[in-house]
Design a protein around this ligand. Structure first.
Ligand code: FDA
Length: 396
């Protein structure tokens, strides 16, 4: 079987790479451990696939080298993603914050685009094929893989490692890329779960647990960054988009801030209320912004039964701190089983930003999540996966 390249992983990056290579008349074989291609695409966005973000720039990514992405994003833009999917009948609709989802289709249709194109161009996808190792000889690369209990090999002049990151091992995630990098002396930026719910334990646990299911629009911030979206209380801590976003910037032991009433100032609201009706209870005022259950829970910190007229200077300070500077110190995160992406990965300094070829191993390319490129929540990670797949295909 003669192929110009072998791609490891039929995920977002590997599938885009196979298709784009096909457009250029290059033959690839994609080796996929799962029984079907595109497992993570299928579950993404709750099965609807938030496949890009209209606002995507290099600014919404975390990497030790923030400039690394620029070349890939110049070569494959958000417009390119939108046009690519439109060509195959997937029209994007913005849900919120620039996030594009298929208007009247879903994640299955996105995967189907790649499967059909691969079939048409005779790009092969071998499923149930678990790649174990890559060796090099004078002709290129020899990959050993297992199919069931059989060990086999295949060789090709070029190899693409698009085997993804560590999140959701039960969906096929492996440490293949990281292990290969380590064994070949490539630097790795420390990895951790990202876009992941955070846990609260100890004395505050019950306070959070009683609010399980409640969602509040907030601004969540630390010294580095802030996000305005919903937070969701759960029986073990905090989730929801704003928490997933800040989790990528959070380190164990750190405290972050929640502004429970962004865009308004609670002290000004109290002053206004004092002028119109000083007898209004603090709880009544807060109920205008929150569900009663949430206001009641704030009673742990605030004198809810006082009237706004009766609030002392110390009370006012407490109200301000509780509403605008609510401090959270998570115990940890929910780990790779619940993370949407991996932070860290193969150091981008090991890879050419123009071609995504490994500098120390010519002919071998890395793409997608295995690298130290981590996007925000909202379609950014797929934009990187598509872009890196495209860039690699140009160089196979
Ligand atoms: P991806 O994980 O897609 O593919 C890697 C493939 O390699 C897998 O199919 C795996 O089985 C295979 N593989 C691994 N080791 C192998 C081996 N040794 N041999 C053979 N095959 C091997 N992003 C976004 O932008 N919008 C969204 O809506 C979502 N939603 C979302 C929901 C959930 C629940 C999760 C977990 C993640 C998301 N994401 C997301 C993130 C997104 O799924 C992720 O960034 C991309 O899938 C990464 O694409 P890759 O191709 O790099 O890896």
């Amino acid at each position: 079987m003669d192929a110009d390249a072998i791609i490891i992983g039929a995920g977002a990056c590997g599938l885009m790479c196979a298709v784009q290579a096909g457009f250029l008349g290059k033959k690839v074989i994609v080796l996929e451990k799962n029984s079907k291609p595109g497992a993570k695409i299928l579950i993404s966005g709750g099965g609807r696939c938030n496949y890009t973000n209209q606002w995507a720039t290099t600014e919404q990514f975390i990497s030790a080298n923030p400039h690394f992405l620029k070349s890939s994003f110049n070569q494959w833009t958000v417009e390119d993603t939108i046009n690519f999917f439109e060509t195959y009948g997937i029209i994007g609709k913005e849900k919120t914050l620039g996030q594009l989802f298929p208007e009247d289709k879903n994640a299955k249709d996105i995967v189907e685009v790649f499967i059909s194109l691969c079939e048409e161009m005779e790009q092969e996808i071998w499923c149930n094929t678990d790649v174990k190792d890559i060796e090099q000889n004078e002709k290129g690369f020899i990959l050993s893989y297992t199919v069931g209990d059989k060990v086999k090999t295949i060789s090709a002049p070029k190899v693409v490692i698009a085997s993804g990151g560590l999140p959701i091992p039960k969906m096929g995630a492996t440490d293949f890329a990281l292990r290969f990098a380590r064994n070949n002396g490539l630097k790795i930026i420390e990895t951790a779960p990202a876009l992941v719910p955070l846990t609260i334990t100890g004395k505050d646990e019950d306070w959070y647990a009683q609010l399980s299911g409640n969602s509040v629009f907030c601004e969540v911030s630390n010294d580095e960054i802030s996000f305005e979206e919903n937070i969701l209380f759960t029986h073990w801590g905090l989730s929801g988009p704003a928490i997933l976003q800040i989790s990528s910037y959070w380190r164990r032991g750190e405290v972050f801030n929640i502004n429970l009433l962004p865009n308004q100032n609670i002290l000004e609201l109290i002053e206004e209320e004092r002028k119109s009706n000083g007898k209004t209870l603090l709880s009544t005022l807060l109920n205008r912004f929150y569900a009663k259950k949430f206001t009641d829970a704030l009673g742990k910190f605030l004198p809810l039964t006082k009237t706004v007229a009766d609030l002392s200077k110390a009370d006012m300070e407490l109200v301000y701190q509780t509403i605008h500077e609510f401090k959270v110190k998570p115990a940890g995160d929910k780990g790779y089983d619940k993370a949407e992406v991996m932070r860290g990965g193969i150091d981008t300094n090991e890879i050419s930003s123009k071609t995504l070829e490994c500098k120390k191993i010519p002919g071998l390319y890395f793409g997608g999540e295995c690298m130290d490129v981590t996007g925000w929540l909202g379609g950014y990670n797929f934009q990187w996966a598509w872009a890196s797949g495209f860039v690699i295909a140009q160089n196979l």
